[in-house]
Design a protein around this ligand. Sequence first.
Ligand code: G3P
Ligand code: CA
Length: 344
Amino acid sequence: MKLLMTVVSAAVALAGLALAVGAALSAPSRGKRLAQALRMPHPAVIAHRGASYYAPESTRPAYLLAREMGADYLELDLQRTRDGVLIVFHDDDLSRTTDVAEVFPGRERAPVGSFTFEELARLDAGSWFNRRFPKRARPAFRSLRILRLDEVLALAEGKDPRPGLYIETKSAHRYPGIERQLIETLAAQGWIDRAAVGPQSRVILQSFELDSLARLQALAPQVPRVFLIDETLIAREGWNSLLKKAQTVASGIGTWGLRHALSPRWDRAAAPVRYLTTWPWYTGGAHRAGLVVHAWTVNDRCELRALRLFGVDGFFTDRPDLALAMGGRGSALEPGRLWEKIGY
Ligand code: G3P
Ligand code: CA
């Protein structure tokens, strides 16, 4: 028993020491200065697929709620239909979040990009949420539609000040020319000014694909870019090499929070070692390389607080209200009033 107590006490002391050293190493103010130079909010609150804890991801109510909560950015995954329409959808196929199995039997696993927009418009992208999360279900979520990019731009425009957009070119290698199409759309709608000098952080562009970021850099160098990393990349390249690659095309990296690193969803086949890339040793290294660190997907208060201490500069979150409250920000309206305000 005595031995056990000694071991536990030593472990607690070591953890405390590591925390203190780590917090010092991370130099959070360095990240803040980097963010300020990029004109990014700090810490940035990025509504991951909208306020997707409360409403079906990537749908109208998810983005409206995030906007009304006061999120700094609406995050979205950009893909393209067979007939060339830019749409907002995360998965490779439609099976998890729509009724594709009933509407198009046999095409459940077909890639999203093999559907026309007219076909996608026939799908219900909301009822799955009511079945999976009955406590958060709302009748109005039935029959929600997959959104086009221009619809999300219009939703963001509907508030003053409007939230920014944090746009991922998802699986960009499948959609040749999507970067040019995106930049032209954003420029045409006044979201970016290609002639302006200096960073324009009302839009942040993100991708797991370095090539896609390089194309975006060539098309709109003044728009900040974030290089997303995953288990496969870090296991193959190592942290320092990833930072060097990120420096060539981006102003920041997007990496996982503590929960993902410790969870059963960690891809152990790709990366047998679990990298805690939001640990201060890592965030400090990214800052010294001139890169801000945004962490996904952080949905609880303890983790938000820990990651702030560790030097993380922004959070992808399904619960933007929690991240905003941590900084004393966000809507004064309680959730019920917010739903009333947006009409759901
Ligand atoms: O886009 C940021 C981060 O959330 C990447 O993961 O799979 O949600 O797009 P995913
Ligand atoms: Ca994303």
